[in-house]
Design a protein around this ligand. Sequence first.
Ligand code: SF4
Length: 483
Amino acid sequence: MSATQQNLKTQFHEAIESGLNNKQLRSNLLNAMDTLRTNRKKLINTRFLDWNTLKTKAKELKQKNLRKLDANLELFEKNATQNGIKVHWANNADEANELIYDLMREKNITKVLKGKSMASEEIGFNHFLESKGFEAIETDLGELILQLLHEPPVHIVVPAIHKNRYEIGELFHKKLNAPLENEPQKLNAIAQKHMRKEFVEFKMGLSGVNFAIANEGAIWLIENEGNGRMSTTACDIHVAICGIEKVVENFEDAAILNALLAPSAVGQPITCYNNIITSPRKEGELDGPKEVHIVLLDNNRSNMLRDSHYYRSMSCIRCGSCLNHCPVYDKIGGHAYLSTYPGPIGEVISPQIFGLNRTSPVLDLCSLCGRCSEVCPVEIPLAELIRDLRSERVGQGRKNVIGTDPSTQSVAEISQMRMFADMATSPRKWRFAMALVGSLGFLARYLAPYIPLLKNWVRYREFPQISGGLHAKVSKMQGVIYE
Ligand code: SF4
């Protein structure tokens, strides 16, 4: 294993330890996840006649749209341009950042007002602007909290879900000189007061996109706070970053996907604000931006689309349900996933977007319980894809994932897998090994904390009781040996 891979592993283990040892974080996450899961279940049981059929329909719609993504993208560009929107293409994060930076310089703008956008997190937009001496001001409440904390998001829908209202009250008191409060309404009022002054001053707003509608050349943004709407309408220029997979053919398709999004994300029938942007401000209109720019971001998505298995992860509508139901995520939070995208969907798309060599340890976080695949509203087989990516990591997949090179492969892991395959495909060896484990396995309970391969595993878990007595196993073993 290369030094870089070793550093990555160390960083990964430190992030997990930090999550596991932070009792406040675990309790905040557990409470929040419990509420989100309960709300989702209640809503599905009471408001939907046939949730599963709707899910299957959404999966088929997404797959249909992905199959014709090239045509949809061209149609979107043509119609959006006709509507007066400027469409830009960015192959990767650098191109997207440079493009927006050039636009800011051209317009003499040094600060941008941001609504919530995971794509902007993906390209590291805030850091990029900082490195140029420019500034991004977050308007989403969760993102504002994170900006004050100097932390990346922990969740794709609720970015600061790991903080409770008391912690947020203290943060506002310390960083915004606000009175010490802990009531949600009062905290909201503090954030509003802080942000309101930014809204009137800013010339450029930046947002993400939930759906881009090809045959209308329009974008659809959903949110619950209303701040996003301010950054898309109050500024003279609106820039939206849109992952190419967000483009669908028509409003009918988008409406079906949208019907699953809010229920899956937070257990709400619909979000409070739905913004459909079809053009810049037209003559005679009183508000709206004078210019609208849309950046179509690839960032290795075309590569994902080419693979017969992994393309399915491009169906994701970023609802976060797989995170909310993951028994690992709610113990460690999002920072241990080494990228913008945490949880099961992060384990699947991060290696494909950022490279397996930069994210491969996260694949170990999955227990393959399959809950994520069950709750995904577009039926992405997440657990199956995580297993596939593990094969890539040991050099046995279809080798379509970027950053798959020998430096990502652990010699120990590869030889253990070979040994296991050798044993599991020989009945004689398998029975012998099982007999040995049954007889001497009890020793592992005591020795595990000292065995390098097991010591991390048992640090937070009890070693399981291995069934089978010594006597029974020895006689079986003899039977195997002499058969
Ligand atoms: S993978 Fe499925 S459950 Fe997870 S965020 Fe995407 S759409 Fe939601």
